[in-house]
Ligand binder design. Sequence first.
Ligand code: NAD
Length: 426
Amino acid sequence: MNTHTPSSRIGGLHKLAVSERIARLAQFAQLGADDQTLLAQTGNLPAETADHMIENFVGTMNIPMGVATNLRIDGRDRLVPMATEESSVVAAVCNAARQSYEAGGFVTSMSGTRMIAQIQLTGVSDPQHARLRILERLEDIRSMCDACDPVLVKLGGGFRDLEVCVLDTRGGAMVITHLIVDTRDAMGANAVNTMAEKLAPHIAQWTSGTTNLRILSNLADRRLARARCVWPLEAIGGAEVRDAMLSAYHFADADPYRAATHHKGIMNGVSAVVLATGNDTRAVEAGAHAFAARGGRYASLTTWEATDRGDLAGTIELPMAVGLVGGATKVHPMARLALKILNVGSAEELARIVAAVGLAQNFSALKALATTGIQKGHMALHAQNIAMMAGAVGEEIDRLAQVLVARGMVRMDVAEVELGLMRDQR
Ligand code: NAD
């Protein structure tokens, strides 16, 4: 056994050509020729593009992309691309959308496309005075921010508002400035961060304090996407199912242990569309969870009620900082293709579709959990993963998956035995 551990201190790895980088990695991790060939296969993201996207690029990680069917959003039919490695996610959206299609589908709206950048000011003995000094500079701040991004201003975006608060912290009083900026069809992180960095020295000068952090807030609560939908009682299987779903929602809204999983389901749908379109999944996820806790308690992002007819009415509202430009949206060929399939004209339109998908996903999860349990629907697809993990290839995958489901034992050990039997019978 080789006990020598190679060093991870590799200076200038990023300066090497991709092939040289892979060779260095292979040396470190003792990768064979097959491994290196796999790393070099970058699929639909050309290596030279990827090499400009991140540091120390060595390969791509392909994730399946599916399309959700049956979605009718604001009176228009959509096929929605979803990138996810989890088996039941696309099917869940298709099912929820099918059960609402005849009744008209989803209605969506948005609160705007404004992002917030924060500037932290410390070391002022008179924070309340400092606050007003900053607020008095509104027009200077507006022109400085807008000068940072003339393209954005030309497109109708730019600085919109100023908020300054005094924050009581463990480290004493801080004066926090919020720049509120309309970033239009961009997610806007770079746009607002540039403005915050430009402005910070001026804030320090006006107040004689010290500025520290200058960064956007992912709690994008000026950029809320909303969706609502009514599922007719007969489409979902009657009052008993509806009431069980309502009870499941009441549980999630009252209990953070349940709410976390409730939101995992919602983000299954949301993150899959966000990823497929080259947007920042972490930004949207961070925003969603922070928004869920805005009342001081982590509660449900969705609401569920019975209408006067007895149908099931769902809503969702969550921050949705997604763009059609910036980040990987224009750079990754598959993100461009996903946006082409969606055929959206604005970031707002995209955000509203994502919200509808989140609501659809929540419907399916609640329904499955409140009726047959999540495993029944999950298992048929999960069985295919288990079959592949056990070594099944080609048509063996479906056959073995069916055997596992039929036996009610979707397990690796069973899959290995059954695969052996299948091969022996040939
Ligand atoms: P960007 O800077 O690449 O592009 C936005 C710019 O494009 C705008 O500032 C504007 O000048 C121009 N533009 C052209 N057409 C436009 C249009 N129709 N609407 C609006 N602007 C238009 O990207 P960005 O959106 O500012 O930043 C997004 C990236 O920042 C993502 O990759 C994200 O991962 C990353 N990021 C995120 C965080 C965070 O979430 N905390 C922090 C830093 C960076």
